[in-house]
Design a protein around this ligand. Sequence first.
Ligand SMILES: Nc1nc2c(ncn2[C@@H]2O[C@H](COP(=O)(O)OP(=O)(O)OP(=O)(O)O)[C@@H](O)[C@H]2O)c(=O)[nH]1
Ligand SMILES: [Mg+2]
Length: 203
Amino acid sequence: MIIKTADFICSNTQISKLPPAEKPEYAFIGRSNVGKSSLINMLTAKKGLAKTSQTPGKTQLINHFLVNDNWYLVDLPGYGYARISKSKKEDWDKFIRNYLTKRESLQCVMVLIDSRLEPQKIDVEFCNKLGEWGLPFVLVFTKADKQSNTKTDQNIAKFKKALLATFEEVPDCFITSSENGIGRDEVLNFIDGVNATFVKPVL
Ligand SMILES: Nc1nc2c(ncn2[C@@H]2O[C@H](COP(=O)(O)OP(=O)(O)OP(=O)(O)O)[C@@H](O)[C@H]2O)c(=O)[nH]1
Ligand SMILES: [Mg+2]
């Protein structure tokens, strides 16, 4: 897929204020600091489109970016960020859950996992929750530039194994690096393929 345009549309916490659900959309979620916003910038080849930071907890809203006037990338706050108040965390969990379970045009949840780490309980539990909600998802392993391919492959194999405790089959997996562009074509091809099957929801 060739990216011709990528534009910020809006930030929200209320799903009633989101753009009309008439284009396919893909939500990027994962632990705080895993690289969601960086990946969105890498995929669109637009540095600074989504705000990134070395400090976890940067993205705090549901952010819609329109690509090629045809589909949305959605940047979400990270889960598992310890340094926010309990009530704020509950707020985030609530609007993220609301968004994920109610958004009719959501085609796939892109679950970002830090490829440097052994399976983390919070990530496995989040995948299980998506399974319970019946939402399609894929795994996107991030920061692959930070260690050897062998290490990345080992961590992915362990993560798949952890998911097989609850799932019958593992979802599609992508290896990415926002630093050197690894995985960009694969993720965009995947999105292109799903876009082709999109049927506008009856609202
Ligand atoms: N080396 C390397 N660093 C990365 C990569 N992706 C993200 N980073 C760095 O990781 C940090 C966090 O990146 P963000 O994209 O802001 O992470 P996020 O998941 O959006 O974080 P929150 O919005 O806080 O939840 C930044 O310092 C990025 O430069 C990558 O593929 N390789
Ligand atoms: Mg972010």
